[in-house]
Design a protein around this ligand. Structure first.
Ligand SMILES: C[C@H](O)[C@H](O)[C@@H](O)[C@@H](O)C(=O)O
Ligand SMILES: [Mg+2]
Length: 397
């Protein structure tokens, strides 16, 4: 029987979009996600109250479109904005146009190694991730199959979620299995800040009862000493994990922290880590219990498959950071990803709203903290680009 030939890739385009969506920190005033959250910049009082004050939303969203010769379009949404759009149009597009969409391994390899002299992590790997996700979306649309089928199929019937937001008590009522709160005070706010952090945790524990998971997202804000003191003080309030406590470059610090935290408390990190080589450091150094790659930042699905296999061999869980459908299609196919994150993008956050609004149409959201695998049953990642929003194509090739 002759092998089916898919149409080749005709064109790659990159757009920017402002407001919300993939750049979930680009929210209006009063949103919980920008309310005095501890960051590495909190040591400067003028940048302490708001992350937008130091430029967390400066890049904005990147939309990548890949069009096949038959007119089918795959797309993906991630962060990186205009500089990432430049990299996609002026550098990465050449490794796709005229190629078969099934050649994602070779395409990834060429994108990564051609940019290695100025890339390796951060913005460049964001751009590579956006292209890779758009390619998987295209492949699914051409084959008329959801991406999770292409990744090996579901290993369970439904996804279950914990919620990230400032109101785990409301997340509990909404059916989530746990709540991850932002840490509000960093080391520069001294012992008073540390006491306020513990008081917030204690109050939340009183509201949610003894069994609901409570976690802290520390967004790289701490040092090993502060994180250790915080973890020890938090233990009596049943903190399940301490996330991204210190700089993602400080693998040695994570290794130490994992040894220092009370028995039973988990150390998690990785949302700002990238590629199999970055995660190899965390895994081989036994620097954490759960890795949390963001599929839109770590290299895309093609790379996440490798990261995940490595984690599996080390007996570690992979619970990807945010990323909505781009994570869900992956998580449902892996035994070592037993649950998923849902980032609460409602300002309160008191309601479940789509994470990537307004860019995505048809984005499934958890109901009662769960999502049936069958909710992902549509070609590609199962979402459409909202063509009513203003998209800007700053560069062409
Ligand atoms: C709430 C956190 O500070 C981040 O904004 C969040 O996006 C991220 O770190 C997460 O784990 O969801
Ligand atoms: Mg986090």
């Amino acid at each position: 029987m002759p092998i089916a030939q898919l149409p080749k890739i005709k064109h790659v385009r990159a757009f920017t979009v402002r407001g919300g969506g993939a750049d979930y920190h680009d929210q209006g005033a009063g949103h919980w996600i920008d309310d005095h959250i501890a960051t590495p910049m909190s040591r400067y009082p003028e940048y302490r109250q708001s992350r937008q004050s130091f430029g967390i939303n400066v890049l904005g969203t990147l939309v990548v479109e890949i069009e096949a010769e038959d007119g089918t379009i795959g797309f993906a949404v991630t962060t990186g904005g205009e500089p990432a759009a430049y990299i996609v149009e002026k550098h990465l597009a050449r490794f796709l146009e005229g190629r078969a969409p099934t050649d994602y391994e070779k395409i990834w390899d060429q994108m990564y190694f051609s940019t290695q002299y100025y890339g390796r992590k951060g913005l460049v790997v964001n751009a590579i991730s956006g292209v890779d996700l758009a390619l998987w979306d295209l492949l699914g649309k051409l084959r008329q199959e959801p991406v999770y089928h292409l990744l090996g199929g579901a290993v369970r019937d439904e996804l279950q979620f914990y919620a990230t937001g400032a109101r785990p008590d409301i997340a509990k009522d909404l059916g989530f299995i746990g709540g991850k709160m932002p840490l509000h005070h960093g080391p520069a706010e001294g012992i008073e800040g540390l006491k306020k952090n513990i008081a917030e945790l204690a109050e939340m524990r009183a509201r949610v009862g003894p069994d609901f998971w409570l976690m802290w997202d520390c967004w790289m804000a701490l040092d090993v000493d502060y994180a250790t003191r915080l973890a020890i003080a938090a233990h009596e309030h049943g903190l399940k994990w301490i996330e991204e406590a210190i700089s993602p470059d400080d693998y040695w610090g994570y290794q130490q922290l994992k040894r220092n935290v009370p028995k039973g408390m988990l150390v998690t990190t990785g949302e700002h880590e990238a590629t199999r080589w970055g995660f190899r450091m965390l895994l081989e150094m036994d620097a954490c219990d759960i890795i949390q790659p963001d599929v839109g930042w770590c290299g895309g699905v093609t790379e996440l498959l490798k990261i995940s296999a490595l984690a599996d061999a080390h007996g570690k869980m992979v619970v990807p950071h945010g990323s909505s459908v781009y994570s869900y299609h992956f998580v449902v196919t892996r035994h070592n990803s037993p649950f998923a994150e849902f980032l609460m993008m409602h300002p309160g956050p008191t309601e479940v709203v789509p994470m990537f609004a307004p860019q995505l149409l048809g984005e499934p959201v958890p109901e009662n903290g769960r999502l049936r695998a069958s909710a992902l049953d549509a070609p590609g990642f199962g979402v459409e680009l909202n063509r009513d929003i203003a998209m800007h194509r700053p560069y062409t090739h």
